[in-house]
Design a protein around this ligand. Structure first.
Ligand code: MG
Length: 260
């Protein structure tokens, strides 16, 4: 019996090391800590409540001086701003993958994402002041049905096709923001990625840090930013537009570390 147990234990260890080897071969990217922080830290919740509390105060301020010839709107990103996709990231990690588009679309089609703390309360607050919500997201237009189902499940305001502006060929959100501006004052923009707010941060080949510093008064007033250590445009600077394997990316990340 003891022998059998030892054999089973050895088999388990062998399989585990094989799995680890397989993960390394694929260039497995370990961002477990980032996903765990997003899922389990009180700080994530506190920060998103903080951001949406600022959004409420700011909305009231902006309403005082808004152009009365147009309707009022807030623009929100969806992923990691309104909906929490960390279970998808967790599943990918469990499978030893960095990201698979097929898996992503499978996840969004289920419409099962939970809300980001504070999001629903803020958007309902905005609706009480006749402020409409536009959901500007780089989910694909083919993901519209699952996305609307997800938003409607929580009774998010303006969860309809007219207010959902998805990626129909370009991830550049500026043309969609301009389209909204034709008929609305955009009082606030909310997002976990600076590109959700303006193109100056990543899309105009400017120095991101300098642009963020230049715009410092906008954060918490016109721009409401959410924490997301799992993924984002911030990471692209390490790869300089090259199509690198996960292993090479890991090397670039190590090179970018600041030390003393
Ligand atoms: Mg996002």
């Amino acid at each position: 019996m003891k022998r059998l147990f030892t054999l089973a234990a050895l088999c388990f260890l062998f399989q585990t090391s094989l799995l680890a080897q397989k993960k390394n071969d694929q260039g497995f990217r370990d961002y477990t800590n980032a996903v765990l922080w997003q899922q389990h830290s009180g700080e994530l919740r506190a920060l998103t409540f903080q951001a949406y509390n600022f959004a409420r105060l700011s909305l009231l301020e902006q309403l005082k001086t808004a152009d009365t010839t147009k309707r009022n709107a807030v623009v929100v990103d969806i992923d990691e701003t309104v909906l929490d996709n960390s279970p998808f990231q967790g599943k990918e990690l469990q499978k030893g993958r960095s990201y698979s588009q097929t898996d992503w679309e499978d996840w969004t089609s289920k419409g099962l994402a939970d809300t980001i703390p504070g999001a629903l309360g803020f958007l309902k607050f905005a609706a009480r002041f006749n402020v409409e919500v536009f959901y500007v997201s780089n989910r694909l237009t083919s993901e519209a049905a699952g996305t609307l189902m997800n938003l409607q499940r929580f009774d998010f305001p303006n969860a309809d096709a007219e207010h959902l502006l998805l990626n129909s060929g370009t991830s550049d959100k500026e043309p969609r923001r301009q389209k909204i501006r034709e008929h609305y004052n955009i009082l606030l923009l909310c997002g976990d990625n600076l590109s959700d707010l303006s193109n100056v941060f990543y899309r105009e080949n400017k120095n991101t840090k300098e642009e963020v510093d230049r715009a410092w008064q906008m954060f918490g007033t016109k721009f409401i930013v959410f924490p997301n250590p799992m993924y984002g445009d911030w990471e692209k600077q390490f790869y300089q537009g090259k199509d690198l394997k996960e292993k090479e990316k890991a090397g670039q990340r190590l090179k970018a570390l600041k030390t003393y």
